[in-house]
Design a protein around this ligand. Structure first.
Ligand SMILES: C[S@@+](CC[C@H](N)C(=O)[O-])C[C@H]1O[C@@H](n2cnc3c(N)ncnc32)[C@H](O)[C@@H]1O
Length: 289
C-alpha cells in the first residue's frame, strides 16, 4: 500500500482539483489538509515527509470529494480569512470576499480622518466580517451590526467573541435599520457600512455552481434588477446619519450609475464618489452628508 505523506497528498489533491477546474487548486489542497491534520498551512511544509494516518486519510478523502463537486472549501473547514482575520462560518453565512476588503480600507481611512469616538452601523453584517475588521483596526469606534438572518448572526456572535469585541460590537436581528430604535445609545451614526445582496434574478441563474448551490440566496439575491436593498437603504439612510455622516456601500460592478442615482434621490448627500477594485471594476460607493 502506498505510504501517503503530506507532500504526496498535496501534489495529488492539487492535481485532482486542477482537473476538476476548482479555484486555486494548491491553496484549496493546503487548506483542507491543514484542517484535517489540525496544522497551520506553514507546518505542512515543515512536515513534508510525515505519513498521514488512515483515519485522517478517510476524513480527507470525504472532504476532497465534496470540494471536487464544488462545495466551497470555506464551508468544509468552517473557516474563512478576511482582512487577515480568521472567522468561523457556516453555509448560513456568505463567505467573505477579498473584494469587500476595499470597503473596509475606505471605512478605516474615513474614520481615521475624524476625531472623537465614532458610532458605526454595519448593515447586512453576515458573519460580522466588516464590523470586526473595522473594530480591530480602529479602536475608537462602537459598532451596531444588523442582519435579517438569525442563523448568520449566531456566527457573528461567535466571531465577535473570538476577537474579543463583545463590548464594542452590538449585534441586532432585523430588516436593515429596523432594529435601530431611538432607545439605543446611538441611533444616528458617523459611518454606515453595508455589503448588501446585489445579484439580479438573471445573474443568479448564471452564477458559478459553488456560489449558487451553496451560499445562502438571501445573501445574494436582491430582486429583479439586484438593487432592492440599495433602493431601500437609499430611502431610509438620511435619518440614520449624523449631519456630517458618511455612507459606504459595496456595489456590483455595473451598478455604479444606478446606485448613484438612488443616493442622489435620497436628497441628503453633498458628495458621492465611486471607487474601483484592483480589477478596475466599480466596487464601492461613498456618499458624504
Ligand atoms: C452579501 S452578504 C454580506 C455579508 C457580509 N457583510 C460580507 O460582507 O461578507 C449580505 C447579507 O445581508 C443579509 N440580508 C439580506 N437582506 C437583508 C435585510 N433586508 N436586512 C438585513 N440583512 C439582510 C443576508 O442575510 C446576508 O448576511
Amino acid at each position: 500500500m502506498q505510504n501517503w505523506t503530506i507532500q504526496k497528498l498535496l501534489n495529488w489533491i492539487t492535481g485532482y482539483f486542477t482537473d476538476k477546474a476548482i479555484d486555486s487548486p494548491r491553496l484549496s489542497a493546503e487548506l483542507l489538509l491543514a484542517f484535517v491534520l489540525q496544522m497551520k498551512r506553514i507546518e505542512l511544509y515543515t512536515n513534508f515527509d510525515k505519513p498521514v494516518a488512515k483515519e485522517q486519510l478517510n476524513h480527507l478523502h470525504d472532504l476532497v470529494k465534496r470540494a471536487g463537486e464544488n462545495e466551497p472549501v470555506a464551508y468544509l473547514t468552517g473557516r474563512a480569512k478576511f482582512y487577515s482575520l480568521e472567522l468561523d462560518i457556516t453555509p448560513d453565512c456568505m463567505i467573505p470576499r477579498p473584494e469587500t476588503e476595499l470597503l473596509v480600507e475606505h471605512a478605516i481611512e474615513i474614520l481615521r480622518a475624524r476625531t472623537g469616538n465614532q458610532f458605526v452601523c454595519d448593515l447586512c453584517t453576515g458573519c460580522g466580517c466588516i464590523a470586526i475588521a473595522i473594530a480591530r483596526n480602529y479602536p475608537n469606534a462602537d459598532i451596531i451590526a444588523t442582519d435579517i438572518s438569525d442563523a448568520a448572526l449566531s456566527f457573528a456572535v461567535k466571531n465577535v467573541e473570538k476577537h474579543q469585541l463583545k463590548d464594542r460590537i452590538k449585534l441586532l436581528s432585523g430588516d436593515l435599520f429596523e432594529p435601530i430604535t431611538p432607545q439605543l445609545e446611538a441611533h444616528q451614526f458617523d459611518l454606515i457600512t453595508c455589503n448588501p445582496p446585489y445579484v439580479s434574478e438573471i445573474e443568479f441563474e448564471k452564477l458559478e455552481k459553488n456560489v449558487r448551490d451553496y451560499e445562502p440566496a438571501t445573501a445574494l439575491l436582491a430582486g429583479a434588477d439586484g438593487l432592492d436593498i440599495h433602493r431601500k437603504i437609499s430611502q431610509q439612510v438620511c435619518s440614520y446619519l449624523k449631519a456630517d455622516g458618511i455612507l459606504i456601500l459595496e456595489i456590483g460592478y455595473e451598478q455604479g450609475q444606478a446606485v448613484r442615482d438612488l443616493l442622489e434621490q435620497a436628497g441628503c448627500f453633498r458628495q458621492i464618489s465611486i471607487k474601483k477594485d484592483i480589477q478596475k471594476h466599480n466596487r464601492v460607493i461613498i456618499a458624504e452628508r
